[in-house]
Write a protein that binds this ligand. Structure first.
Ligand SMILES: [Zn+2]
Length: 115
């Protein structure tokens, strides 16, 4: 039994699959971040580098690994491992645990890295 309609549908299907796979080639490699710029060894209290942007990595901020960091209660994304003042509003940073810092950030819609 000849079945021209099915044959046509099959061809159309193959064309669709090819078009879809071509369209998807461009949407791959977006996974690689660039965290290397955060690797600042020197942290000074007036340094703008304690103003965190993007996904905040608290483990990396806690350089001495005591489980505590200093966080600005006005600008939650201003976090340092040493005491000091916020470079933005000049407020004294408060000592908080990593968990507290994380909770504060999440509550205020900042992005925190899972660690
Ligand atoms: Zn501030």
């Amino acid at each position: 039994m000849k079945n021209g309609v099915n044959n046509y549908l099959h061809k159309a299907y193959v064309v669709c699959v090819i078009l879809l796979s071509v369209a998807c080639v461009g949407c791959g490699n977006d996974q690689k971040g660039h965290d290397q710029s955060e690797m600042n060894k020197r942290i000074t209290t007036t340094d703008e580098s304690i103003v965190r942007t993007g996904a905040i990595d608290l483990q990396m901020i806690d350089l001495n690994k005591d489980g505590k960091v200093y966080q600005d209660p006005m600008d939650w994304n201003v976090i340092s491992d040493v005491a000091g003042k916020c470079p933005l509003c000049k407020m004294e940073l408060q000592e908080v645990t990593l968990q507290e810092a994380k909770d504060n950030l999440i509550e205020n819609d900042f992005e925190v890295k899972n660690n």
